[in-house]
Design a protein around this ligand. Structure first.
Ligand SMILES: Cc1cc2nc3c(=O)[nH]c(=O)nc-3n(C[C@H](O)[C@H](O)[C@H](O)COP(=O)(O)OP(=O)(O)OC[C@H]3O[C@@H](n4cnc5c(N)ncnc54)[C@H](O)[C@@H]3O)c2cc1C
Length: 424
């Protein structure tokens, strides 16, 4: 099964200490790196295969909302103390429907007291830059003897046998065969591995795209995360260190494209209009980037000798900042299942073993995919009956503690089965 004709990734490959592995992780984005960390002391021999040079991830300044659950998983992995000083906790989420005055403010007290850990006592989540997460994960993997980096190396062929998968990597243009008991696809939403394993997907492209940028407001952001709903789509402002905001503006394709192309002053004037001048003078401190938005769920997360994680398995609308967080939970679940199968002497690539992972994660992810889809459709809507229902809904939410509690459990990742890593 050929994924791609051999290409010629530029620089040199890192060491190839052995050609046989228990787990080959294809893709060293945040999800792939987190899985390598979760398995590094399991006794399994891991190959980490990444097409781009290792430093690429350190140059990306895109930021993500990180849920309390992801924070706990990073804490369980021992990387949280490296991450926490460079990210921003947010202690309030402000939900608003365009100019409607019925703003809903969510606080840590709305989550209840039975959290079992200090994470979540004073905050509802965090915002961290890609490079910060990658650096902490790379630091944790630095001396791991069980991890072999194959980078830059592109996985170009996978042949699934009864006992192993035979992989061909392209390293500096040369084919390099390796053999592994299990292949994990952490190769992003287009996942050539998923496609060539014949795993179908369901989902759709939205009529919207997202514009991302970083701004610095004149007034302090006070660690407040804002999700404002406009008829064109959700508009999120996520607080970053240095009194900056990562903004994620969703709008129909043509409008989103326009906001990337207009003069900086016109873009900032639009933001100022949305904030109603509450943040003072705004400064744009990054380029603007445009992302198409899609929802996708793979029909299967596993087959014999293959597991899909992160965007390779599912993608969702960025509203609520859930996509990466789902991938981190996939990793915690898969690592737990692989570790215990290995301890029991079972074959970690066996379909029956991998099915436990699929059963655990597929439905939980589907719930969040559905939640983000409903949020986007209900709030990107100017049909009067829907506008009326959602404005009444926001007013009810302001006073109904159980509603706040349920929404927050979902958004913070605290609903669903808790992985063992999050309890350490
Ligand atoms: C506008 C926007 C805002 C978002 N905001 C948030 C947010 O606030 N919070 C959140 O949780 N999520 C957010 N997301 C979602 C998040 O960006 C993704 O879920 C996450 O980046 C997926 O990570 P990943 O590691 O699975 O995949 P990727 O980051 O795509 O990594 C895949 C890796 O695989 C490598 N690769 C691919 N093919 C091969 C191959 N054949 N061989 C070797 N290597 C290969 C690639 O080079 C890459 O490094 C947002 C998404 C968008 C579009």
């Amino acid at each position: 099964m050929v994924l791609k004709q051999h290409s010629s990734p530029a620089p040199t490959a890192s060491l190839l200490s052995t050609l046989d592995y228990d787990v080959a992780i294809a893709g060293a984005g945040i999800v792939g790196l987190t899985l390598a960390c979760a398995l590094k002391d399991s006794g399994l021999r891991i190959a980490l295969i990444e097409a781009k040079p290792r430093e690429t991830g350190l140059k990306q300044h895109r930021a993500y909302a990180i849920t309390l659950m992801s924070g706990r998983i990073f804490q369980g992995l021992g990387v949280w103390q490296d991450i926490l000083p460079s990210i921003t906790p947010f202690c309030q989420i402000r939900l608003a429907d365009s100019y409607d005055p019925a703003v809903v403010n969510l606080h840590p007290t709305d989550l209840g007291t039975d959290l079992g850990t200090d994470l979540g006592k004073d905050e509802l989540g965090y915002v961290g830059e890609h490079c910060v997460l990658v650096q902490a994960l790379l630091n944790a993997l630095k001396d791991a003897e069980t991890i072999t980096w194959l980078c830059p190396a592109e996985l170009v062929k996978a042949e699934y046998g009864t006992d192993a998968v035979d992989l061909i990597l392209s390293i500096a243009g040369e084919p390099q065969p390796i053999r592994t008991r299990l292949l994990v696809a952490a190769d992003g939403s287009r996942s050539p591995i998923r496609q060539h394993a014949g795993i179908g997907t369901h989902g759709w492209q939205y009529w919207q795209s997202c514009v991302t940028a970083v701004i610095r407001p004149e007034k302090p952001h006070e660690n407040i995360a804002r999700e404002h709903f406009w008829a064109s789509g959700p508009f999120a402002s996520l607080p970053l260190p240095g009194n900056r905001y990562q903004i994620v503006m969703t709008a129909p394709h043509a409008e989103a494209k326009k906001w990337v192309e207009v003069e900086e002053s016109e873009f900032l004037a639009e933001l100022d209009r949305r904030y109603q001048g509450q943040l003072g003078k705004l400064e744009l401190v990054s380029d603007r980037a445009l992302f198409p938005v899609k929802l996708m769920q793979s029909d299967r997360y596993t087959r014999s000798r293959l597991a899909l994680v992160g965007d390779a398995a599912h993608c969702c609308h960025p509203v609520g900042g859930q996509g990466l967080n789902l991938g981190i939970r996939d990793v915690a679940a898969l690592a737990e299942i692989l570790r215990s199968a290995h301890e029991r002497g079972e074959d970690i690539g066996d379909e029956q073993v991998l099915r436990h992972y699929e059963r655990w994660r597929k439905l939980e992810n589907l719930m969040i995919l559905g939640f983000t889809d409903v949020l986007d459709r209900v709030f990107s809507n100017s049909w009067l009956p829907i506008v009326t229902v959602r404005r009444v809904g926001l007013r009810v939410m302001r006073i109904a503690r159980p509603l706040k509690f349920l929404a927050l459990r979902l958004m913070t990742g605290l609903s669903g089965r808790e992985p063992e890593l999050a309890r350490r």
